[in-house]
Design a protein around this ligand. Structure first.
Ligand SMILES: [Zn+2]
Length: 421
């Protein structure tokens, strides 16, 4: 069998309660029929599995079933999202895409002899570094090169250890490797990315997608906050760096950028699209919780019972807002003063509920604080267990309509189909 090679365009989709794979796949079928050949990657992190109480094998089962039911003949993947050496085991069998999360290892010192050996093997990373398609050359002093190597080499070595563990079980070329560094405080610059890719190649990792931390704020389920012009410039420079590193270091030519917390970042979709078209580059964009929010919207629109459950989930999330938000402090901005009281929400019509929650910034009823709270509130539904799942099944039509439309209209279409001026 030849090595697995990721398609040019892929979108990560999350299905927290394993009921929406079919509705999600419908969006890809529709996009393919309109001329956007993106493939789905079902992702679920170890953290999500722990909160929901699910197993990675269930993600595989749901994906396989959706693919069989709908007759999808293209590729699809199951992503062990944000795993490390201690959490990878239960993902080994069901996954064929692995996101090696080494963000926590950034800044940990590597062996000084390794740092020296790396730098002496890579004189091209010091001095004036000219990358095609980046007008200004990078000026990297020996001190800066040493500082960056100290900052990133240990993390990349860590990724190498995780990679080799997976390879020893699954075999070379049998899975896609992503390295993620997004869950950290400061963004990585295009120049740092070059050094990281050199180190990844040196560690023997056949990386196909890389998730740096980009400039700006990628809050969960809501739009991008930051300087869009600067984002586009850096995104373009990152693409130039990737193209250069593929040639310079012999990395897989399928290597592409992966945008984490990518759902609902509507402000940057046109810039992303412009830049990938400019470079002829691929793209992986991860979404996850956006689908769970569509489950709630679908419930609220499905009739009195569904609406009552959606309200109950909000009331529970509201009363546990501090503990629900705490683990996500760096990726949400919820102002408690802007959250409606549950008594108020309990009086809402379906239209009011879905209007506050649905990510339509033109709608004056849209409330990003409520949306972010519910985004992290899936634990409440997980606790309801079978009662929640039964209602998902009962309200399936209304939910799948929303799940498909959200992925197609608000994600696949602007990223891969809309015209660019
Ligand atoms: Zn991530």
């Amino acid at each position: 069998m030849s090595d697995l090679k990721i398609e040019k365009y892929s979108i990560g989709v999350g299905d927290r309660f394993a009921h929406q794979a079919k509705a999600q796949l419908q969006a890809f079928i529709r996009a393919a029929s309109e001329g956007a050949p993106a493939v789905p990657v079902w992702n679920k992190s170890n953290r999500e599995h722990n909160i929901v109480g699910s197993e990675p094998s269930a993600v595989r089962a749901a994906a396989d079933k959706a693919v069989a039911d709908l007759g999808w003949t293209k590729t699809y993947y199951v992503d062990a999202d944000h795993i490390n050496l201690t959490t990878v085991d239960r993902f080994l069998e069901p996954s064929n895409f692995f996101t090696l999360d080494v963000a926590d290892a950034i800044g940990k010192p590597a062996n000084p002899a390794d740092v020296e050996a790396f730098l002496s093997k890579h004189p091209e990373l010091t001095g004036t570094v000219q990358i095609p398609d980046i007008p200004e050359p990078f000026e990297i002093t020996p001190e800066v090169a040493t500082a960056w190597t100290n900052k990133f080499l240990f993390a990349v070595q860590d990724a190498g250890k995780i990679y080799r563990k997976i390879e020893s079980i699954k075999g070379k070329g049998a899975f896609i490797t992503e390295v993620s560094m997004d869950e950290t405080d400061s963004p990585q610059t295009p120049t740092e990315l070059l050094l990281i890719l050199a180190a990844i190649a040196a560690a023997g990792i056949p990386i196909q997608t890389i998730a740096p931390k980009f400039t700006g704020r990628f809050n969960k389920g809501v739009d991008y906050v930051g300087d869009i012009v600067q984002f586009e410039k850096e995104f373009g420079d990152d693409l130039a760096v990737l193209a250069f590193a593929i040639k310079q270091y012999g990395l897989p030519d399928s290597l592409k950028l992966s945008v984490h917390s990518g759902s609902d970042k509507f402000y940057i979709y046109a810039p992303i699209r412009r830049q990938i078209l400019r470079f002829g580059a691929g793209l992986h964009l991860k979404t996850a919780g956006t689908t769970w929010l569509e489950e709630l919207i679908g419930l609220s629109e499905a009739g009195p019972e569904g609406l009552a459950l959606a309200k109950e989930i909000y009331a529970e999330a509201y009363s546990h807002r501090e503990e629900l938000c705490a683990p996500y402090a760096t990726v949400i901005d919820v102002d408690p003063a802007k959250l409606p009281a549950p008594e108020e929400v309990n009086g809402w019509t379906a239209e009011q509920y879905s209007g506050a929650l649905r990510h339509d910034q033109e709608n004056p009823a849209f409330n990003p604080h409520l949306r972010q709270l519910l985004h992290v509130g899936f634990k409440v539904a997980a606790k309801m267990g079978q009662r929640y799942l039964t209602m998902l099944e009962k309200c399936e039509q209304s939910i799948s309509r929303n799940v498909t439309a959200n992925l197609y209209e608000r994600h696949l279409k602007p990223l891969f189909l809309d015209g660019i001026d």
